[in-house]
Design a protein around this ligand. Structure first.
Ligand SMILES: [Zn+2]
Length: 428
């Protein structure tokens, strides 16, 4: 089957879903979008594996102490990066020239999430004395907080090249510590000391760090995995309590609470939400009571694999000329530099759905603060599909001319300029 549709309506939506039993093959992919991989390898298992044999002195597996110091300490908040008068925390950085183009793109992608969701802005270093130097040293490790001068964040090629690991190490450089070593951790996890060698006890020492008044986060990118430093094969050293089945040690990237903690630590004043489940919904209502003037809000959807199908179920924004004052933007990716799918959405008649080209999508609510914009939206994952914003296009079923696999879930969205219509499609 080959389907070709000419676009003319403002928004039209074609969706198909086919249901038969299927054995999901984790190696299978459509349009370059892979199914989720095994969860066996967590961030911290990969970090420890990469750091085996490292000559760098490391606390808690991947933190190297400030030069001439022998502990991870931050009295009087000296280790935090300074904030500029414009409210941004600007951190100069350099990426080693020994990375490939693809490796550099991965690092930049990990860095961009901070800019999208927090007031931390990593900028290319020019002449600044203090900066972060991301370099492939011996393993995945970082200093704790700002130490001054050229400060290495080691992201070794191979095992360390994951977005979650890069963000884990950058978080240390921002002054964040391991989640399971919080001073209140015994309420949330049980440490099995009998499976930890005495020489490794210090890796589990609770810190006196400020918990920022935010709740314990099992899904933090800063959480050890359950077998960290175990000296007995198959025996866990960290078990969530009271529900021992709660996943820990995810490796996909910052969690929503990781973002909240950075924003609180640096007093960012940013309204951002990170949605990382395979399905979810969100709305503007959480900000209704205290919507500040001229402040944008963002929702970053980042799912582990596949594409994102986003739809709005309601929208109320006081109209203004050309929707300039209050509107919604939807980007095909995780940053404001990505393609804009929906530009200046502001009327209840405009409720198109969109499908991302990758595993990330960004929704931004722009408001001048004169009214309280309201909207509700939900998303789910699809294995294939596309949003067409060009004046014409064509698409075909997965694996064409072969049969598409059973239980394949795809969505194609066609959006034409307002006042136009989408012409009937026809099959070739
Ligand atoms: Zn760490």
């Amino acid at each position: 089957m080959d389907l070709k549709i000419r676009l003319a309506l403002f928004a039209s939506h074609f969706y198909f879903s086919v249901g038969f039993p299927i054995q999901v093959n984790t190696e299978q992919s459509y349009e370059g979008v892979a199914f989720p991989e095994s969860e066996e390898e967590t961030i911290f298992s990969l970090i420890l594996k990469s750091n085996k044999g490292s000559k760098t002195h490391l606390y808690e597996g991947d933190i190297t102490p400030k030069r001439h110091r022998n502990a991870i300490v931050c009295p009087f908040n000296w280790c935090f990066w300074p904030k500029s008068s414009n409210g941004l925390v600007v951190i100069p950085y350099v990426i080693s020239s020994s990375y490939t183009h693809e490796e550099k793109a991965l690092i930049v992608g990990a860095i961009q999430e901070y800019e999208t969701l927090t007031c931390i802005h990593f900028v290319d270093r020019t002449t600044e004395t203090d900066y972060i130097y991301i370099s492939p040293k011996d393993g995945c490790w970082s200093y704790f907080g700002k130490v001054g001068g050229s400060q290495v964040v080691s992201v070794q090629k191979g095992g360390c090249m994951r977005k979650g690991i890069i963000q884990h190490e950058l978080n240390h450089a921002l002054g964040m510590l391991h989640e399971q070593n919080r001073n209140d951790r015994d309420k949330y996890v049980v440490i099995a000391w009998q499976y930890i060698s005495p020489g490794d006890f210090y890796h589990f020492k609770p810190t006196r760090a400020n918990n920022l008044g935010l709740k314990y986060d099992y899904s933090s990118v800063m959480h050890y995995h359950r077998f960290a430093f175990s000296n007995t094969s198959g025996k866990a050293t960290i078990t969530p309590f009271p529900d021992s089945t709660v996943p820990i040690g995810q490796r996909f990237g910052l969690s929503n609470l990781d973002v909240a903690k950075i924003n609180k630590l640096y007093k960012c004043g940013i309204h951002s939400t990170l949605l990382s489940n395979m399905t979810g919904s969100f709305s503007s209502t959480i900000y209704r009571s205290s919507y500040p003037k001229n402040t944008n809000s963002v929702w970053l959807i980042r799912i582990p694999a596949n594409k994102i199908f986003l739809q709005f179920s309601s929208l109320y924004i006081q109209s203004s000329s050309d929707c300039a004052s209050n509107h919604i933007l939807v980007y095909d990716g995780g940053s404001r530099g990505d393609t804009v799918f929906l530009n200046k959405l502001c009327r209840p008649t405009q409720l198109p759905s969109v499908v991302s080209s990758g595993n990330m999508m960004l929704v931004e609510l722009v408001s001048d603060g004169t009214t309280l914009p309201k909207f509700k939206a939900s998303y789910s994952s699809v294995q294939c599909g596309k949003t067409f914003i060009a004046m014409n296009g064509k698409f075909k079923s997965p694996l064409y001319p072969s049969h598409y696999p059973p239980l394949t879930d795809c969505a194609w969205i066609m959006i034409a300029p307002e006042g136009s219509k989408v012409s009937r499609g026809y099959l070739l």
